[in-house]
Design a protein around this ligand. Structure first.
Ligand code: G3H
Ligand code: 13P
Ligand code: ZN
Length: 326
């Protein structure tokens, strides 16, 4: 295990102040997943250039992929890079979908400023107990904690039929009070990945359950809500992927106007992973198809990074409203 370090030594911040400002300013903080150098460079560049606070987040799998020590210094490098670009944006390093107390503790110890404990699949009381344990540990170090109530529909599931997996608003106050979490992820019809709804040609995607969001806001006034599975599944990228040898038929996501509506309400954090993956894959496929002799990763990953910067700037400026908030 790597030596212990506190996130403040890396120049990172927790999510408390970012969320308070996002709540009063009626916008959402972007939480972009990353696994490698080019993704992190793109996030920092785009957020520094648009003046957007940002949460850079890694899943358990991403942490294994990147190496925990490497990640710590990447996060520290991200802060320094932003400052060298002349930007004072706050940056939080967050564990996405932590699945155990041990993993959350390890992330707190290695410099994360925020962790998610996802006990949403557990029976309610077990979710409360696990989340409470994580909060007790994390708060000792002023690390903020995200919990989850309600399970996001799986990629194979019919979202409209999955009523039982939506967040039950009648549980949210009790959960927040008993656990002490700093933010709460809810399930209102989004899902992870690139295939969020099964719709036929010409059909529109079903609207998110804004009634559940509204009821949650009523019961938890001013409390930060998190939206997972919030990629729009940008069709331009799906088309490029399919044009250059990919096979992603039927990939569809959350329309931007619904994300804008969520961000204007109590949703303070919007998670985006799949759109970034699509942007990278589209440009890498295109680059290699058009220039089959090229074998310098800087060329095709550079093209991917450029596209990612464009995507993130668009999200910050035109969807989440987080641009120019620093
Ligand atoms: O919600 C999950 C994120 O998109 C991370 O996915 O576990 O494949 O890194 P991953
Ligand atoms: P997407 O798959 O919609 O990008 O969601 C990512 C996410 O929720 C990460 O926790
Ligand atoms: Zn998620």
């Amino acid at each position: 295990m790597a030596d212990k370090v506190h996130y403040s030594e890396l120049g990172l911040v927790n999510t408390r102040e970012m969320f308070a400002k996002a709540m009063s300013g009626k916008y959402a903080i972007p939480a972009y997943n990353f696994n490698n150098l080019e993704q992190l460079q793109a996030i920092v560049t785009a957020c520094a250039e648009t003046g957007s606070p940002v949460i850079v987040q890694v899943s358990k799998g991403a942490r294994q992929y990147a190496n925990e020590t490497m990640l710590r210094y990447m996060a520290m490098g991200a802060v320094k890079m932003a400052r060298e670009l002349g930007s004072q944006i706050p940056i939080a390093l967050h564990l996405d979908h932590g699945d155990s107390l041990e993993l959350c503790q390890s992330c707190v110890d290695s410099g994360f400023s925020s962790v998610m404990i996802d006990g949403s699949h557990l029976p309610y009381e077990e979710n409360v107990a696990l989340t409470r344990q994580v909060v007790e540990y994390a708060h000792r170090y002023d690390v903020t904690v995200e919990g989850e109530l309600g399970v996001l529909a799986g990629i194979e599931d019919e979202v409209m039929a999955e009523v039982s997996t939506y967040t039950r608003p009648e549980e949210v106050e009790d959960f927040v009070r008993k656990t002490g979490v700093d933010s709460l992820a809810i399930s209102i019809g989004t899902s992870h990945g690139a295939y969020k709804f099964k719709i036929k040609e010409g059909e529109v995607v079903p609207e998110l359950r804004f009634d559940i969001l509204t009821e949650t806001e009523k019961r938890l006034p001013g409390f930060p809500i998190v939206l997972h599975g919030a990629s729009s599944v940008v069709q331009e990228y799906v088309e490029l992927i399919n044009k250059y040898g990919g096979k992603m038929e039927g990939a569809v996501g959350i329309p931007e106007d619904q994300l804008r509506r969520a961000a204007a309400g109590a949703v303070c954090k919007i998670n985006i992973d799949s759109d970034g993956r699509l942007a990278v894959t589209a440009r890498v496929r295109e680059y290699l198809a058009l220039d089959p002799k090229e074998f310098d990763p800087r060329k095709y990953l550079g093209a991917a990074r450029k596209e990612l910067i464009k995507l993130i700037k668009h999200k910050n400026q035109a969807v989440l409203g987080s641009a120019g908030r620093v």
